[in-house]
Design a binder for this molecule. Sequence first.
Ligand SMILES: NC(=O)c1ccc[n+]([C@@H]2O[C@H](COP(=O)([O-])OP(=O)(O)OC[C@H]3O[C@@H](n4cnc5c(N)ncnc54)[C@H](OP(=O)(O)O)[C@@H]3O)[C@@H](O)[C@H]2O)c1
Length: 311
Amino acid sequence: MKAVRIYAYGGQDQLKLEDMPKPQPGDNDVLVRVVAASVNPVDWKIRDGYLKEMLPYNFPIILGWDVSGVVESVGKAVTQFKPGDAVYSRPNILRDGTYAEYISIDANEVAFKPVTISHTSAASLPLAGITAWDVLVKTAEIKTGDRVLIHAASGGVGSLAVQLAKAHGAYVIATTSAKNSALVKSLGADEIIDYRTQAFEKTVTDVDIVFDSLGEEIQAKSWQVLKPNGILVSIVTPPSTEQATAHNVRSAFVFIQPDAAVLTELATLVDSGKIRPIIAAEFALEDIAKAHALSESGRAVGKIVVHVGKP
Ligand SMILES: NC(=O)c1ccc[n+]([C@@H]2O[C@H](COP(=O)([O-])OP(=O)(O)OC[C@H]3O[C@@H](n4cnc5c(N)ncnc54)[C@H](OP(=O)(O)O)[C@@H]3O)[C@@H](O)[C@H]2O)c1
C-alpha cells in the first residue's frame, strides 16, 4: 500500500511517500481502507519532534490521526463491524496513523461515520470533534445559558466548538479575525471579537467557560473574564492552578484520547444538522507537505483534509 512515513524528526521534507505492506489486523482490530484523512497541528508537532518526550515512537512513523473509510476486514474478536461498513475514527496516537491506504485500528476506537456527509467531511471530524466535546461537555459540563468564550473560533477545533456550544444552548462569544467573522457568525456565535482590533479582556465579562486553544498571553488574559467558579480549559498549555485560585475560578488541561462513544454522539449531531464540518482545503496524499505547510501557517479556516482512496 502507499503510505507517508517519517524516518526522523524534522521539517516537511521528512514526509516520504512510499510503498509498504498492508497492516495485518490483530484480533481486536478493524482494518480500514482509508478514503480520507485529515491534518491536525499535532501531526507536524510530532513530525518536528516537539512532543518526543510525551509520545515515544520508533521510526518510521505514519502520521495522521483522523480517518474516514470503509472496513476491509475485521479481527476474529470483532463483532460490531463487518467488511463494507463506512466508519470513522481518531485512532491511538501511539500506533501508525492514517496517511496510508490502510490502517489497523482497535475496534473500540471506531464508530459508524455520519451518513449525511461525505468521507471527506467525516475525516475532518474525529480529532477536533472529540477535543471540542471533551472540553465543553466532559470537562466544563456545559449547560443551557452558559456564557462561553471560544478562542480561535475559525480553526479546526474552534469551528466545531462554537457549534457544539450552541447545540448545548450556550451563549457564545468567539474570537476571530475580521476576514473570518461572517463564517464564525454563521456557525452560531452570538458575539464576535475581532482579536486584531479589539482586546477581548476589556470587553468580555461574566464568562462561565473559556475554551483556550492558543495559550501564552491569550490564556493569561483570559482569567479576568471568568465569573467566580467559572472554568478555563486549555488544550495547549496546562493552566496555572495558582492563577485559578487567585481569580476564584477553576482550570483544566485536556489531551484527548480515542473515543468511539463521542464519535457516535457527534455523528448524531451532524446527521440532525446541528454540526457541519468546515473544510479549509483538500489535498492529495502526494501533496501532504503542502497540507502540513497550511496547518503550520496557523491560518487554516476549518479543517485540512487529505484524499487517500476512492469512496
Ligand atoms: N490537547 C489536545 O488534545 C488538542 C486537541 C486538538 C488540538 N490541540 C491544539 O489546539 C490548537 C488549535 O488546534 P486547531 O486544529 O484548531 O488549529 P488550527 O485549525 O490550525 O487554527 C487555525 C486558526 O486559528 C486562528 N487564530 C490564530 N491565532 C489567533 C488568535 N490570536 N486569536 C483568534 N484566532 C486565532 C486562525 O484564524 P485567523 O487567520 O483569523 O487568525 C485560524 O483560523 C493547536 O495548538 C493544537 O495542537 C490540542
